[in-house]
Design a protein around this ligand. Structure first.
Ligand code: SPD
Length: 432
């Protein structure tokens, strides 16, 4: 597995833009960094031409955080044809009418990989995102996983890593990496802080995922301020390498980054492990959608279908460490390793998968999934979370935080400018 470099993306974007043809022959894809096997892109171009008789050139760009992508669509109205938001951003895009429905009927039945490889589990959780709009009509899941703790077994015991409190354990001060993803940090910390309420049944995990109260934000902020002194870095993508090089020993991370790091570290004799702490966590997914400003929905739909082709899904998994949300049994079979303990995956693949020998970091078993919940859109309250995040990180803020912060400031300035312009216009109108 190798990491996509920014330079590659920039060079590819520049080269393709220069030679770009008519818009109907261009497909603009905006995806997370390190989230695809690059060679599938030219293969898609050839496949599309073979299937439709039409030419297509993929312009591929990447982002590190959901909020950058969202801002480009929501505020910038950029004409990306396919983007890949996480669950709570998909929910926001649905709620705000930013997506167009997928025209599944435009793909012939014989090659409709979207329809043929749906996982019943994914379909169910997509239906639950917004009871009024079925997210299955607008999006197709790409990868999924959990948030948890990646740790170096030379320094950290299984017991120490089994609780979220490990991120504030003074023993690991200066060697702790935290994902620079406010929602993915807030949720586990809140779950940790609300253990008593969860155990007594006063609150459920699912309810906590909607909890944007001032009280909970303040509690998480106070906790994270204690964590901060021991933090080596707030990272969007570099954490996995820091762990393989043993600069960090504890990392609050996503399961896919963990798989990548565990494999890379093993190659240099370092043992890393991943655990979803006992208190619970969030399960997440990223999915393909077509934003309403897209200019080539047809090629976008074919692209999404191509991504659901089992052999393509497997290659993307192998490259990135993440797990395809594809329900095809070939995808599961490609990951079977008889040396691993049996895991109950019937919730995802059906009864035939009640004891499959796979890596549980890749595919969480039923008992792990039962202590995880999905994050949700907070609407206007998202601003409170971002403000809290900036206060916690303060001078240590990373590039992505400054990007989010910059986006908010530009939004405020534009809002101020336009409201002034509107007032002047009204004044002018009255003077006439
Ligand atoms: N490097 C690609 C990372 C994509 C992971 N998405 C996880 C989102 C969790 N909210």
């Amino acid at each position: 597995m190798k990491i996509r470099t920014l330079a590659f993306a920039a060079a590819m974007f520049a080269a393709v833009s220069l030679s770009a043809g008519p818009r109907s022959e261009i497909l603009k894809v905006y995806n997370w960094s390190d989230y695809i096997e690059e060679s599938v892109l030219p293969e898609f171009e050839a496949w599309y031409e073979q299937q439709t008789g039409e030419k297509i050139k993929v312009i591929y760009q990447t982002f590190d955080i959901n909020e950058t992508m969202l801002s480009k669509i929501e505020k910038g109205q950029e004409d990306y044809d396919v983007v890949c938001p996480s669950d709570y951003i998909l929910e926001r895009m649905l709620n705000n009418g930013l997506l167009i429905p997928l025209d599944f009927a435009s793909i012939p039945d014989s090659i409709n990989y979207i329809a043929n490889n749906k996982s019943p589990y994914m379909q169910r959780i997509f239906r639950e995102i917004n009871p009024a709009i079925d997210a299955n009509d607008y999006s197709v899941p790409y990868m999924w996983g959990t948030s948890g703790i990646l740790y170096n077994t030379k320094y950290v015991t299984d017991e120490e890593a089994s609780t979220w409190d490990v991120i504030r354990n003074p023993k690991f001060a200066g060697k702790i990496l935290i994902k620079d993803a406010p929602r993915d940090v807030y949720c586990p910390v809140l779950i940790y802080l609300k253990q008593e309420e969860l155990k007594s049944g006063k609150v459920t995990l699912a309810e906590l995922m909607h909890d944007s109260s001032d009280e909970s934000l303040a509690a998480v902020e106070a906790y994270l301020k204690q964590v901060k002194d021991g933090v080596l870095g707030w990272e969007a993508d570099f954490g996995k390498e820091q762990m393989t090089k043993e600069r960090g020993v504890v990392s609050l991370n996503w399961s896919g980054d963990a798989v990548w790091a565990i494999e890379e570290a093993a190659a240099v004799g370092v043992e890393l492990k991943y655990v979803v702490p006992k208190e619970g966590s969030n399960v997440w997914f990223d999915s393909w959608v077509i934003p309403k400003y897209a200019k080539n929905a047809k090629a976008a739909t074919w692209f999404i279908d191509f991504m659901c082709r089992p052999d393509i899904a497997i290659r993307n998994m192998e490259e990135t460490g993440y797990v395809s949300a594809n329900g095809a049994i070939e995808v599961l079979e490609s990951q079977i390793d008889e040396e691993k303990p049996a895991v109950d995956l019937s919730y995802f693949f059906g009864e035939q998968a009640s004891a499959v020998h796979v890596d549980e970091t890749l595919y969480p078993g039923r008992e792990i999934i039962e202590r995880c919940a999905l994050e949700h859109d907070w609407g206007e309250d998202t601003a409170k979370l971002l403000a809290m995040w900036s206060r916690v990180k303060g001078a240590n803020a990373s590039i992505s935080t400054w990007v989010i912060f910059g986006i908010a400031i530009v939004g405020l300035i534009l809002g101020f400018f336009f409201s002034k312009k509107k007032k002047n216009h009204h004044r002018g109108g009255r003077r006439k």
